[in-house]
Design a protein around this ligand. Structure first.
Ligand code: ZN
Length: 239
């Protein structure tokens, strides 16, 4: 069982009727339902809860944290960001979705501006699998399409990803590195682009498969904690 916590700022759904129509129980609920229960134990947490629902206890019991945020990035307490960062360094997986590219935690982990091009024109997105051998691409077609999405375009201001799994093309002509993996400390990070709040993206079967695969991939390896600092020799040094 992989223990998953899906975190959502849960603001658009309460403030905007058009978002509530698409995600009546919150984006976190649709993401959690998409991950499902086959090998996963999924809980949710939201910004308005004490400590944003990300207490030491919750994070200690989380193998993979999924992050959706947009309008409330600045409302996330820096102490909680530090706490999540420390857990990633210890091996907790992190899946950052869509507008999470501008979250405090993603920017801290990337060390770059994380800005990009964007446009809301309800256009078609075609997502190409460019690393078919990667476990996150398991069961995915050569490409799949989302009929209505927000456009994100290059240049995406991130460090060169360790692995690029998906590239998106948009009807208006732009392209975007929409599935990127990174390693930080013992933790694995997967950024996945789709998921604008006014579109039913998180009900799409391919999107759900990518997120499920991402969670499986990002789960802790179980390797021993690395030992650093001054070290006694393991063998007698004779020379
Ligand atoms: Zn968006």
């Amino acid at each position: 069982m992989i223990k998953v916590t899906v975190w959502n700022e849960f603001l658009h759904e309460k403030q905007h009727e058009e978002v509530r129509k698409v995600y009546p129980d919150g984006i976190h609920k649709a993401i959690a339902d998409g991950i499902g229960t086959d090998g996963f134990q999924v809980k949710t947490a939201t910004l308005d809860q004490p400590e944003h629902g990300l207490t030491d206890e919750v994070l200690a019991a989380t193998d993979v944290l999924v992050w959706w945020g947009h309008m409330g990035h600045h409302l996330v307490d820096d102490a909680i960001v530090e706490r999540v960062h420390a857990r990633v360094m210890e091996g907790m997986g992190l899946i950052v979705l869509h507008s999470g590219h501008f979250s405090k935690i993603f920017k801290k982990l990337m060390g770059t501006g994380c800005d990009l091009k964007w446009r809301e024109a309800n256009e078609k997105e075609r997502i190409w699998t460019v690393n078919p051998a990667h476990p996150i691409a398991s069961g995915l077609p050569e490409y799949f399409e989302l009929p209505h999405e927000e456009m994100y375009g290059e240049h995406f201001d991130i460090p060169a990803p360790d692995e690029l799994v998906f590239i998106s093309w948009f009807e208006g002509g732009e392209v975007f590195r929409s599935g990127c993996t990174f390693h930080r400390g013992q933790g694995k990070i997967f950024y996945f682009r789709p998921g604008h709040e006014t579109f039913p993206t998180y009900y799409d079967e391919n999107v759900r498969k990518v997120i499920r695969n991402g969670v499986r991939w990002a789960a802790p390896s179980g390797a021993a904690k690395p030992v650093r600092g001054n070290h006694k020799p393991l063998e007698e040094i004779r020379s």
